[in-house]
Write a protein that binds this ligand. Structure first.
Ligand SMILES: Nc1ncnc2c1ncn2[C@@H]1O[C@H](COP(=O)(O)OP(=O)(O)OP(=O)(O)O)[C@@H](O)[C@H]1O
Length: 272
């Protein structure tokens, strides 16, 4: 099974380096988080992995596939799907229509193919519908399936966005701030879904999230960016005890930025 390798990636916009010589590894089956203050380069990294940006220098591979110069649809065909921070959903379409559309767009048959291989195309269509139904069950969206997405509560819309990515049957799921703007209850639900995606579906997860308590609770490994550079990596315990990380977030090495907003648990950070 493929691992994601990011090797010495630099991403430059004119004079600005959004990423400088960043390397990271995402082992199969793990939840790996990328954290850092605003403007640290987290979304730029997801954009490089998913083919929206191409690194100025360095290489990104997923198993045997080189992603460094691949377009987003090619990256998707390698088994990498992304749930976007700003939802990529059609607000006037129902949940089930959005999910079917996503699956069709990425796994479509052309008209000629459908005419020549009508039986195969209709079997594929039935399979797609069954697949989407399984995703709806898994993400507990049954009661919303026929509602236009734009009428749903924001937390449910975020869940539909993750479901949209899951309909592409990814091996690796990129989640860009899946809990942004959610209340505590909605965050609890999303945490449960992310853990189920990893444990029950066996999907590797790369997570960008500002709620550091949640990140520290559910990640196997954490990478920390600051001003486009990797300043730390390790287990949640290693990273949250790292004075450089604490300073990047607070400007002060004694403060404790990692309290869990979901459980309200005490801060785990004991600065050295
Ligand atoms: N298309 C672009 N053109 C020019 N500069 C960009 C572009 N995309 C990102 N940047 C710059 O790159 C830097 C990193 O931005 P990025 O969005 O990756 O940070 P981030 O860590 O995701 O921040 P946030 O947590 O606020 O979303 C910022 O200085 C940003 O302004």
């Amino acid at each position: 099974m493929p691992q994601l390798h990011v090797e010495n990636v630099t991403l430059q916009f004119g004079g600005l380096k959004a990423l400088t010589d960043v390397s990271l590894v995402v082992p199969e089956g793990e939840i790996v988080s990328i954290i850092g203050p605003n403007g640290a380069g987290k979304t730029s990294m997801l954009n490089c992995i998913s083919g929206f940006y191409h690194p100025t220098q360095g290489r990104i591979t997923f198993g045997d596939h080189d992603l460094s110069r691949s377009a987003p649809n090619i990256v998707t065909s390698y088994g990498i799907a992304r749930a976007f921070q700003n939802l990529e959903l059609f607000r006037g379409l129902s949940v089930v229509e959005n999910l079917l559309l996503a699956r069709h767009t990425h796994l479509r048959y052309g008209l000629l193919h459908s005419l020549l291989y009508y039986g195969k195309a209709s079997r594929q269509e039935a399979y797609n519908r069954a697949y989407v139904e399984r995703v709806i069950d898994f993400m507990e969206l049954e009661e919303h399936r026929h509602h236009p997405v734009g009428t749903l509560a924001y937390g449910i819309q975020k869940r539909v966005e993750v479901a949209r990515a899951l309909t592409l049957a990814p091996k690796l799921l990129l989640l860009d701030e899946p809990m942004a703007g959610m209340n505590v209850e909605e965050k609890e639900d999303m945490v449960r879904f992310i853990l189920d995606i990893q444990r029950e579906q066996g999907i590797t997860v790369v997570l960008i999230e500002h709620d550091l308590g949640v990140v520290m609770d559910i990640s196997d490994r954490v990478y920390v960016l600051d001003f486009g550079q990797k300043i730390a990596e390790g287990t949640p315990d290693e990273v949250s005890a790292n004075p450089r990380v604490i300073e990047a977030y607070t400007g002060v090495a004694e403060q404790r930025p990692f309290e869990d907003s979901v459980t309200g648990a005490a801060a785990q950070v004991v600065p050295a």
